[in-house]
Write a protein that binds this ligand. Structure first.
Ligand code: SD4
Length: 287
């Protein structure tokens, strides 16, 4: 059993995953529950996930989320989804109840409503913090980038199932309809039950061009440790773009032995737990 999450604010989510895994719950329930709690909470100091996430340039919160199990073909995602506080729960329903793998915009919202999710007015999706940030954005009339806190979680359960999930409201004040890397398989997340799983966070417009999560899993398949795989993928991207500075990219990974790895082009705290540890730990990659 093991669990890992992106950024410091994932600590309570990884703690939650630890308790659920120790209680024998399966990896997908664990990941979905832990992400949903982060999505619906506006008070944890993170502003790029679910309710309370920064809105798009028109002031509307649009979320991307995905879940992938290690079993081949088990993937579901939503993108540019409005009015639903816990998009990762809809992503799981796409995986389980839809013949499709990725639903976007109005279609994703209609699918969610059919399955009993309540669409909320946009005002409910904004927090005081995100509404104020949006007003400041309009006053300054410039695109504010930077600041990341997409949640990415991976869980390995007692039976050896591995699941990865991600959720984000994406780049702050993005163009309406913009989709990032998070809901795209191989980009924001990837899982294979014979190998392990990975998730990415950072500048999704760039990340999606390199399929880093798939690449990390492929390198682990070929024998790399999770850490070696994450570092090799980051180095490969750096090499390909040339020069020293990579765009913002943080990677986490977990293999089927419960070993954790990470790499990042920016300062990147991540939190993790496995059976060798008595509590959740945090490591920071410093650049
Ligand atoms: C995106 N990758 O939509 C996401 C944003 C992110 O931490 O990871 N922020 O581009």
């Amino acid at each position: 059993m093991a669990a890992v999450g992106t950024w410091s604010f994932s600590r309570p989510a990884v703690e939650r995953m630890r308790c659920m895994l120790l209680a024998g719950q399966n990896a997908t329930d664990v990941v979905e529950t832990a992400i949903a709690e982060v999505e619906d909470d506006v008070d944890t100091g993170r502003h790029i996930v679910g309710r309370g996430g920064y809105p798009n340039s028109k002031g509307v919160v649009e979320c991307d989320a995905a879940i992938m199990e290690g079993v081949p073909g088990r993937f579901g995602a939503v993108a540019a989804l409005r009015g639903i506080a816990q998009p990762c729960r809809v992503a799981r329903k796409v995986m389980e109840k839809s013949p499709h793998s990725l639903l976007v915009g109005d279609g994703a919202e209609a699918f969610a409503q059919e399955l009993g999710f309540t669409s909320e007015p946009n005002a409910n999706m904004l927090s005081d913090h995100s509404a104020t940030a949006y007003r400041e954005y309009l006053e300054k009339n410039k695109l504010v980038r930077g600041g990341h806190d997409t949640i990415g979680l991976i869980a390995l359960d007692l039976s050896g199932n591995i699941t990865v999930g991600v959720s984000t409201s994406g780049a702050p004040f993005k163009a309406p309809g913009r989709v990032g890397d998070s809901p795209l398989p191989g980009c924001g997340l990837y899982a294979d039950h014979k190998v392990g799983a990975a998730a990415a966070t950072g500048d999704g417009d760039k990340i999606m061009c390199y399929c880093p999560s798939f690449h990390v899993v492929q390198l682990m398949r070929q024998g790399s440790s999770p850490n070696e795989a994450c570092q090799a993928v980051l180095a490969d991207i750096q090499r390909r773009i040339g020069g020293d500075k990579c765009f913002e990219l943080g990677l986490i990974s977990l293999n089927m032995k419960g070993e954790v790895g990470a790499a990042s082009s920016v300062e990147f705290p991540y939190t993790f737990w496995n059976q060798g540890l008595s509590s959740v730990e945090e490591l920071v990659i410093n650049q």
